[in-house]
Unconditional design. Sequence first.
Length: 419
Amino acid sequence: MNNDFVAEILRATDTLRSGDSSGATAIIQAALAAGGLASSGNDPKGMGGGFRMPQRTDVHTIEGTLAPDGPDEAGGNVYSLEAARGQRLRQPLGDVLRTLGEGRKGLGLDGKLPGSGLKSRTPDLPLPEGAELRNLHYSCAAGARRYRLYVPASAGDGLQGLIVMLHGCTQNPEDFAAGTGMNALAEEHHLLVVYPAQTNGDNSMSCWNWFRPGDQMRDAGEPAIIAGLTRSIRDEFAIRHDRVFVAGLSAGGAMAAIMGETYPELYAGIGIHSGLAYGSANDVVSAFSAMRGQSSVEPRRRVSSDAAPRVIVFHGSADTTVHPTNADRIVASQGNQDVAPGRTSRSEQPSTGDTRGYSKVVTAREDGTRALECWIIDGAQHAWSGGSPIGTYTDPQGPDASAAMVDFFLNGSPEAAAA
C-alpha cells in the first residue's frame, strides 16, 4: 500500500462523507487499478466488483496481520506475506465504502489480510510451588474483560508492586505472559502481574482500540475498564499507590500511553514497547498513517507535573509495522516533564554475542528520579525485545525489555533505589 494509494483512500473518505458515494466509488476503483489490485469478479452487491491484495513480500501492514516466517540469520523473527501464501483479501467495494463511512473497521482490512489467521498461542505456563495464575473476570459500567492475575509464591514475604500488561494484536494474556517472561520477574521481585484480555469481540484483531476517540478519554471505554480493574486489584492486595505500573506491546503499548495520560494519578510508571504516543490517531485512516510514521497529528502534551507517570520506551530500529519514529513522538510528548538541565544522558551498547546493540537516552528530574528512558534496539523488528520464543512477537536476542522495565519501575527514583 503506497503513499499515493493511501492519499486516494483519504480523498475517497472525504468524498463519501460529503455524500457523494458514486464519486468515492470512482476514486477507489481508479486507485485499485493504478495499484495493480485485481478484481475478484465477485460483485454480489453491484458496487463495482471486489478486490484482492496481491502477494508481495515487501508489504507490511497493521500489527497482527503478518505471521512470522521464523528466525532470520540474525535470530530475529521475519514477518512477510509469504508466511500466509494463498490467503487473499476479497471484499466487495460496497462493503469498503460502508466501512469508510463508518470509519471503524480498518478500510476492510481487519481480520482479512494474509497472515491474519495467525492464532495467539495459549502455552502451558509452569508455576512455582505456591504461585497462582488466576483466571478472572472484571466488569464495570464501561464494559467487561477477562483477565489473568499472577500471584507469586513470594507474595507471602510481602508484595512490592503491581504491573498491568496489555498484549498486542492477535495475542492473548497467556501468550503475552509466556513471551515477556514477566511472571518470573514477578516471582523474583514480589510483584502481582495482571493481563487483561482483548478478544476479537472487542476488536476483530484482538487489538486495544487506541485509535478511537471514545477509547482515548478518562471515565469512558477501554481506559475506564483497565483503570477500574487496576484499582480493584490494587485495593484488594493493598498495593502502594506509587507501586502501580502499566506496560504494553504495540496496540497495547499505545493503550498504555493512553492510560498514563488519562489516569496519571493511578500509575507511577508506563512501559511502551513498539507503541505510539497518546493522541497519534483519531480514526483507522490516521492510525495507519501514524503506524507508518506519517502522522500529521501532533502528540498531545500534558501539563508539567512531578506527579506525571515516568515513561520507559522500547522500539526496534527495523520495525516495519510501527515505524520507529513513533518512539521519538512518545519522547516529544513527554517534553513537559520537569527534567533538570544537564540531566539527559545518552549511551550506546554495541551488539555482543547473541544480544543486539542499542542506543539509550535517559532523562532525570532534579531529585535524580529517572523521568524517561528510550531504548532503540539495533535491527530489531516488531517484537518484544529479549522475549521468549514460547510467545508470539518476541525477539530472544534482547536486550531484556522486561527486566529493564521492572528495574525502571521499581528502582527509578532515589528513594526506591535506596530502599
